[in-house]
Design a binder for this molecule. Structure first.
Ligand code: ADP
Ligand code: 5GP
Length: 188
């Protein structure tokens, strides 16, 4: 099985995934994406992302190294490397794809019933904005881009196998862990 998790930026996807990995440290392998975005403070190359120049990213597109890729924000590319799924499968782990909504729908279409897709929904755009402000990672410009994009992304929610509204964190973690348990872990 494979697990796909998508959400508008700031919805709490990273927080929920960390909880899941904490509960099941030996079952999942995080698919490390490639990106042309600059690392945030504390992010490590090859662990959080493969941080690439635009030229290197383009070279990988030409070599057909990506399962999927998207220009998620103006000028910023993100992509899932085919080599990541092989690496994780070879380790006997369940690949987890943390991708934007279009990437999530694309991977689900490629993997079909070998994948379970979860959409993490923010309670509303105001809360989303406040969480992004509190996270302290965005400039006013990148904050606006993320909020604008969120409105488009929420329209994709019903294309996913499951929607988790992340309002109360403990409740969202419980729902997330339960659905992953039932649809992913129980299928090996
Ligand atoms: P994403 O990975 O979807 O961009 P994060 O997991 O980084 O989102 O969460 C965005 C911010 O919101 C973080 O600072 C996180 O600690 C906070 N957060 C996540 N879930 C909740 C919640 N249910 N209630 C309040 N704050 C939350
Ligand atoms: P961030 O810059 O906050 O790390 O990520 C921005 C968005 O890009 C998030 O929605 C994240 O899920 C998405 N993303 C990360 N990696 C990939 C990827 O490999 N493919 C696609 N399509 N989106 C990705």
């Amino acid at each position: 099985m494979n697990l796909i998790v998508s959400a508008p930026s700031g919805s709490g996807k990273t927080t929920l995934l960390k909880k899941l990995f904490g509960l099941y440290p030996d079952r999942f392998g995080f698919s490390v994406s490639a990106t042309t975005r600059k690392p945030r403070q504390g992010e490590q190359d090859k662990k959080d992302y493969y941080f690439l120049s635009l030229e290197d990213f383009q070279r990988k597109i030409n070599k057909q190294a990506f399962l999927e890729y998207e220009q998620v924000y103006d000028g910023l590319y993100y992509g899932t490397l085919k080599s990541e799924t092989e690496r994780i499968n070879d380790l006997g782990l369940i690949p987890v794809f943390d991708v934007d909504v279009k990437g999530g729908v694309n991977i689900k279409n490629i993997l079909g019933n070998q994948a379970y897709s979860v959409f993490i929904m923010p309670p509303d755009t105001e809360v989303l904005k406040q969480r992004l402000i509190n996270r302290n990672t965005e400039t006013p410009e990148s904050l606006n881009k993320r909020i604008q994009r969120a409105e488009m992304e929420i329209k994709y929610a019903d294309k996913f196998d499951c929607i988790i509204v992340n309002d109360d964190l403990d409740k969202a973690v419980n729902e997330f862990v339960q659905t992953v348990n039932k649809h992913v872990l129980c299928h090996g």
